[in-house]
Design a protein around this ligand. Structure first.
Ligand code: GAL
Length: 344
């Protein structure tokens, strides 16, 4: 009897020791940003987080992202412009309190494996998810680019959840204000009003569309900006009463020179400021493409640009470029740094 007890104790102790070794071996605590390098989560697994956006809620940052995994293929319909794809898996959520170390919270809007007619079917497009918290309805509202594999549908999609960690319920998709919609972002102003910025009119002209107070639909008021400038990958932020935007040109996964712009009112006029990138590969946005800019909490005036460094031939190996924004007399710049930390 005693021997069996001792054996159980021994096996238990071994299990605890093994678990400790495993945890020690896999979890590395990060203390700086290293743009373009592989970035592991709190389980030691490479972060898989593309085209994403940040929500800061109750002292926690949530990072909502496209999952890019599996084999990269080039559908016949996209051959002329090199639009490679992986199967859609859904939207992952990561959480963090210090912005360096991210915990994987799961797939909060999974793609559907067995319904080819559904908009979230694995062969279709779900890109650039962004989440807002609506204080009045207490709902987390996700906006995203929803498309057919050949990008002809050009819709914006909406999903909602009661919790930042999901699960999100897919509401549906449409052409906002009846207009085509591909690359997009959402921006919430200080007064709680929210806006959808989206590449419209076959990506030639951007639209800025006011959302209804519940953030679920366009409210019916929109403007056309950067007419004929073919801008994608918009990211928007506000600093000292001014609205700023960064975007890319339209060259698919291949990087190009970023554009930036400033406006006194969200409705414009928007004045273009040129490429804000400074440093090696500045003419191709450090080999990246903008996806989001966010304000760091409790550090007034501190903003981080998030960009994707796409790997067109192996999308699952695409990387992240996070860099600080610096302000100049009339605009902003983003300087390359191989590694950096937030000031204390
Ligand atoms: C990019 C766009 C990405 C993705 C890609 C497809 O221009 O910004 O989000 O749609 O094209 O090739």
């Amino acid at each position: 009897m005693k021997t069996i007890k001792n054996q159980r104790l021994y096996v238990g102790m071994m299990a605890v020791a093994l678990m400790t070794v495993t945890v020690l071996a896999t979890s590395v605590s990060h203390t700086e940003f290293k743009p373009g390098e592989i970035w592991t989560d709190t389980n030691g697994v490479p972060i898989n987080a593309h085209g994403g956006g940040i929500l800061y809620y109750n002292k926690v940052y949530y990072w909502y992202v496209e999952i890019k995994t599996g084999k990269t293929r080039l559908p016949e319909s996209n051959r002329s412009w090199g639009g490679t794809r992986v199967e859609t898996v859904g939207v992952s959520c990561y959480s963090s309190q210090d912005l360096y170390n991210w915990k994987y919270e799961g797939n909060v809007l999974p793609a559907l494996q067995d319904d080819p007619n559904h908009e979230l079917y694995i062969s279709k497009v779900l890109e650039r998810p962004k989440v807002l918290y609506n204080r009045a309805t207490k709902q987390f509202v996700m906006w995203m680019h929803i498309d057919s594999q050949d990008y002809a549908l050009a819709h914006a999609g909406v999903a909602t959840s009661d919790s930042p960690k999901g699960p999100f319920r897919y509401v549906g998709s449409f052409r906002p204000d009846g207009a085509m919609s591909r690359d997009m972002t959402v921006f919430m102003d200080e007064d709680g009003k929210a806006y959808l910025f989206h590449a419209s009119e076959d990506n030639a002209t951007m639209h800025i569309s006011l959302l209804t107070d519940d953030y679920l639909k366009p409210a019916g008021r929109f403007v056309r900006v950067f007419e004929g400038r073919s801008m994608e990958a918009p990211a928007v932020f506000k600093h000292q009463g001014r609205y700023y935007l960064i975007a890319s040109g339209c060259t698919g996964w291949a990087p190009n020179a970023a554009r930036s712009a400033v406006a006194e009112s969200i409705w414009g006029p928007w004045k273009e400021l040129g490429n804000p990138c400074r440093g090696p590969d500045e003419e191709v946005t450090f080999r990246g493409q903008s996806t989001y800019i966010f304000a760091v909490a409790d550090k007034p005036g501190t903003f981080i640009l998030m960009a994707d460094r796409w790997n067109q031939k192996d999308l699952s190996d695409s990387r992240y470029i996070w860099l600080p924004v610096t302000f100049t007399d009339n605009g902003f710049e983003v300087h390359w740094q191989a590694s950096w930390r937030l000031e204390n």
